[in-house]
Write a protein that binds this ligand. Sequence first.
Ligand SMILES: C[S@@+](CC[C@H](N)C(=O)[O-])C[C@H]1O[C@@H](n2cnc3c(N)ncnc32)[C@H](O)[C@@H]1O
Length: 549
Amino acid sequence: MQSLLPFNRTSWRRSCRHAKQCPKDAHRLRAQVFRCVASVQQVPVGATRASPSAVGRPGEELPADSWYTKNIAIPRHVDSVKVAMLEGKGRGLVATRDIALGELVMATPPLVLVTSPQRQRPSGELVVDEILERRLYSSKWFSVLYDGSSRSCKSQLELAPDADAAAPAAAAAEAEASGSSPAAASASSSEAADAPRSARPPEPILASTSAPSPAAATAAPAEKKKGFLASRGPAMRRGKGSAAAGAAGDLGAAAAQLPLPDRREQTRLAKVVKFNCFGDDAEDLAACECRGEQPRGHIGLWPEFALFNHSCAPNTINYVVGEAMVVRASRHIKAGEEVTICYLGRPQLLPVSRRISILAEDYGFECSCARCTAEQAHYDKVEDVYMELFEAVTEQLGPAFLEARAAADEEGVREVQRQVQAWLRRLYGLFRKTLLAPDVRQYVLASLYDAYDLLLSCADALGQGEDASSLQASLKAIEAVSAGSDLHVLLAIRHFDETVRQHGPDSPLAELARQALRRAHVARYGPVSEGMMARLVDLNRKLHVESSS
Ligand SMILES: C[S@@+](CC[C@H](N)C(=O)[O-])C[C@H]1O[C@@H](n2cnc3c(N)ncnc32)[C@H](O)[C@@H]1O
């Protein structure tokens, strides 16, 4: 039987499906670095971190540096997007104004969050357990989030304005300003008393608010509880170091008395989790280092974030800071444009036919994003070479490289290098012959990232140092589809370092490489100061580049 929860929405770099068994050298190395595993069994759930040293004011984007100088709780921020009904997609989020590269689009607290001190994404079933255990199903979010039925993405809703959401954070911030501790301030307001470290996501504003949550309406008597909870051992029970955000206490004593929903409703809740949950093996490593936090594996439900639709070349980048899901514009977004994220993780860099089948299988929709549409429209012009090259790299040349390298067979590695280069030359020839538009070229090349990755590994194994042209080509392609991703940041650093090495720090090429490096970091971390940018670049160099070479 298929696993209940596929959870593909992870950062590409830590989500290699093959992990340690991966025939690709680069994936195997990453698997060692990140200790990613093909299937996460039971993971000890992490203890909550120490309280943040300060709490930001609600509705206000803090100077970007402050997020990375201390473990400040990130205040909720939603002011440049609104919910809209979109043809063929249900609801989605659209920009209410122009949004600049690196600008914060959303910072939102989780309704439920499960973390692990190990760098492993915990199982999605733990999220379902938390929801049941802490009676979070009485939240209106569970009656409006997508559950796989077409009916469920039709309810019209609005996101609460910033100020309503973060009353506890506001109380804490005010208290801090007045000299008392944030904790004392929280305790002084009944809502704040139960707030964990950041405000809970505000309930959605519904067009019709009369409907009770289906879960609450169909609740079965507590003693008859069955399903996920009943089948779990004591280690899965509440309080086991769980870092769930929306704790039972949030709902007060009345909620604690709520009976469990019946089995059918529990199944529906599991589907809500499946379609809307996000998880990753670790938070951003550089941000954690700056904030003095250990990176944690995590999985959770950020209901406002769950309203973003998918694109294979999205215009935002997202990851978790503290407990907040942070979404930044990875390029300029025009007012009225749909704001999208990518659900795919590493498979984002697969050919269009593979991406489409993964999305259909895991999320039940046929992707018609700009990248898929453009790639499909020109598919017949490049298909043969494109797919043959992809298959040759993954099935034949990748394994051949590993074998040759293990046997110290230099000629074998050279042969792999020659073959990949010959394939790419054929593809570039086709691009020229068919006059393929530059953006479509980049989309196709991003799907062939593995070929560049293999060339980089070959050059490394042959002691040729960095393969500058492969670095530059892959950086361009990754920026086109996945700006602000950890891969983008990593390639930008390697490309900059190599350019400086070859041409000197004051050369025009180094200046171009410096700008590319800056774009990657602004997309991911926002408009930070020069000093903070230098620190983040250094940390990313240390944490990623050095550890994977
Ligand atoms: C996390 S929800 C996103 C919000 C959802 N549209 C809603 O109305 O609640 C994921 C679901 O949205 C729909 N969806 C997301 N991106 C889509 C896209 N690019 N094209 C069509 N449907 C999409 C799919 O049904 C998918 O399973």
